[in-house]
Design a protein around this ligand. Structure first.
Ligand SMILES: [Zn+2]
Length: 96
């Protein structure tokens, strides 16, 4: 997968999250990428998503004005976080 931002209008680093739309999560706590349920006691990471499923690089978040339709901080499983690139995710979401 390319590291190039998919939305080139962003002056910040962003990366499209290819998610598995075929799977329907059965709980409200699920990985935004593979749509698998994340058990509450299992570790996960967090990624900030726009409405277009672009991950915003955590280091660039402060450069971007949040939009009302942002998906915001979403859980992402450890495996998927690794696939996306660990630097795109955080241990805990920062509430701005
Ligand atoms: Zn996943």
């Amino acid at each position: 997968m390319s590291d190039k931002a998919d939305d080139t209008s962003f002056p910040i680093r962003a990366k499209l999250v290819i998610f598995n739309a075929c799977r329907q999560p059965t709980t409200k706590i699920f990985c935004c990428m593979c749509q698998r349920d994340v058990k509450p006691d299992h570790p996960c990471r967090w990624v900030y998503l726009t409405s277009q499923m672009n991950a915003v690089h955590p280091a660039d978040l402060h450069l971007r004005t949040p939009k009302a339709d942002d998906l915001g901080w979403q859980r992402i499983g450890i495996e998927c976080a690794r696939k996306l690139g660990d630097e795109w995710t955080v241990d805990r979401p920062r509430i701005e």
